[in-house]
Design a protein around this ligand. Structure first.
Ligand SMILES: *[C@@H]1O[C@H](CO)[C@@H](O)[C@H](O)[C@H]1NC(C)=O
Ligand SMILES: *[C@@H]1O[C@H](CO)[C@@H](O)[C@H](O)[C@H]1NC(C)=O
Ligand SMILES: *[C@@H]1O[C@H](CO)[C@@H](O)[C@H](O)[C@H]1NC(C)=O
Ligand SMILES: *[C@@H]1O[C@H](CO)[C@@H](O)[C@H](O)[C@H]1NC(C)=O
Ligand SMILES: *[C@@H]1O[C@H](CO)[C@@H](O)[C@H](O)[C@H]1NC(C)=O
Length: 451
């Protein structure tokens, strides 16, 4: 009997058991701290009518969700898809004084009769900055995992690292679905020996919002940086039909489908967000897009995009109704960013033929032809905006070699569909068993020299 009472006591005082789950949530926003407001009643989630909805009401929502300061009171129209017609609207005329801990403590009217889902209330709260980041990958949603502790960034040992753990990382970063659990040396350069490894045996159940909520071991003793965990999350923006991965027609992924973006309202701040998200360099504003060959087809997902330029992700910018606009593909958006991976063809008659050089650590160097073939040439020509490679007899290539200086890359292997030579496999920078007679020479169709 004593044991029985002890158990009841232990259970009823255990952490979490006395706390009921939040009675409010934000849906369809970029992260759990922004979106359309929903409140729960008898196990059912309904919306809030935005009559009288103001920043004090949002303050309470943000507090209740542990999301920091209130930043905005958007109307639910912004968060798509809109609520289903059948979903109920539970409350209106919400009037918080701003000090309440929960929305249900605020004055409100529970009989909603003259409100539609286009008036659903929304909330934007300040979210604490992510405590996890991905480094050395091709964009901010792929790379080696780093976590922060007391202002210092450390890595994660890959024992037990799996797709559920990556799901949580992708969610925390607002990066879309988990795609892969790469580890072991994929992202170069490797972490510096002095950088600490903070956690191991991470074991998320996959539903957590942040990696620090997952089970893990904080004493790491038998792990090296060659076992650092990595994550690949789904990309939600891409630039297509242009030269390289940093220039092209903008496409966004929504509801599992890629679609274009209408350029109405597009400006340099929006282009900056896209370039940053892709891990590309500086943005330039391009007004013209596209001709018949480069314009998109199919869905036009966004129009009237409005970014301040500080957003981490295009999803965090305001935009016109998804899929509802009067745009045509003549108005597709084209984005050009600087490609941080630079290559050039030298000594040819045009910039589309010659000896291949790549820039690394500020120095131009050549590429060795071991394993070099048609697919690798395709990637180079495409990346330079020079069309397709053309076959040229070995004799014609000779006049371009030998080069001099550094030999940066060797054993390059591409699949042919890469948007940048950077995405192909190769030996570590500067490691080779070549001499300059083996320098790669490339001829592309556009700007073909007379031979
Ligand atoms: C705000 O509302 C709460 C809940 O109704 C109440 O307890 C509190 O005294 C109010 N504070 C002010 C400053 O009006
Ligand atoms: C997953 O873990 C979180 C945080 O520890 C916990 O709140 C949640 O109940 C767990 N879910 C499942 C399905 O185990
Ligand atoms: C574009 O957005 C602005 C504010 O961001 C808004 O005032 C305007 O009505 C929108 N235009 C269209 C066609 O949606
Ligand atoms: C782009 O437009 C947004 C609003 O639509 C504005 O906040 C921003 O300052 C603009 N940026 C530039 C560079 O004009
Ligand atoms: C599209 O065009 C129609 C007819 O000109 C107009 O009524 C409607 O408001 C437009 N829609 C948008 C989103 O601009």
């Amino acid at each position: 009997m004593a044991l029985f009472f002890f158990l009841i006591f232990a259970f009823s005082t255990g952490p979490g058991l006395l706390e009921s789950p939040p009675k409010v949530r934000l849906v369809r926003g970029p992260h759990r701290c922004e979106g359309r407001v929903e409140v729960e009643r008898n196990g059912e989630w309904g919306t809030v009518c935005d009559d009288g909805w103001n920043l004090k009401d949002v303050e309470v929502v943000c507090r209740e969700l542990g999301c920091g300061a209130a930043k905005g009171t958007p109307s639910g129209n912004l968060y798509k898809p809109l609520a289903d017609e059948k979903q109920k609207i539970f409350i209106q005329d919400v009037n918080c004084n701003g000090t309440e801990d929960e929305l249900i403590e605020c004055d409100r009217v529970e009989d909603v009769f003259d409100c539609s889902h286009s008036e659903d209330a929304g909330a934007i709260c300040e979210k604490s900055p992510p405590k996890v980041r991905l480094v050395r990958g091709p964009h901010r949603c792929e790379g080696r995992v780093e976590v922060e502790r007391n202002g210092e960034w450390g890595t994660v040992c890959d024992n037990g690292w799996n797709m559920k753990d990556v799901e949580v990382v992708c969610r925390e970063l607002g990066c879309g679905a988990a795609k892969g659990t790469p580890s072991r040396n994929l992202y170069k350069p490797l972490a510096d020996e002095k950088q600490k490894i903070f956690i191991q045996d991470v074991n998320c159940n996959g539903t957590e919002d942040e990696l620090i909520e997952c089970d893990r071991v904080e004493d790491v003793f038998d792990c090296s940086h060659s076992e650092d965990a990595g994550a690949i999350c789904e990309r939600t923006v891409r630039l297509v039909d242009g030269p390289g991965r940093c220039k092209g027609r903008l496409e966004v992924k929504h509801q599992k489908q890629w679609g274009t973006v209408c350029k109405a309202g597009w400006n340099l701040s929006a282009a900056k967000v896209v370039c940053r998200q892709l891990g590309c360099g500086k943005a330039t504003l391009i007004k013209r897009c596209c001709n018949k060959d480069t314009q998109g087809q199919g869905l036009i997902w966004l129009s009237n995009v409005s970014c301040s330029g500080q957003e981490e992700d295009l999803q965090h910018c305001l935009s016109g109704l998804e899929g509802y606009n009067n745009c045509t593909h003549d108005e597709d958006t084209w984005v050009e960013c600087e490609d941080p991976f630079k290559l050039r063809l030298v000594n040819g008659d045009t910039s589309c033929s010659g000896r291949l050089e790549v820039l690394h650590k500020g120095i131009w160097g050549s590429v060795c032809d071991d394993g070099w073939a048609k697919k690798e040439e395709q990637v180079v020509c495409q990346q330079l905006g020079c069309g397709k490679p053309i076959f040229v007899p070995a004799k014609a290539r000779k006049k371009f070699v030998p080069g001099n200086g550094r030999i940066w890359l060797d054993d390059v292997h591409c699949k042919g569909e890469e948007q940048s030579l950077e995405q192909c496999q190769h030996r570590s920078w500067g490691y080779h068993d070549c001499n300059h007679k083996e320098d790669v020479v490339v001829f592309c169709l556009e700007g073909q020299p007379d031979i």
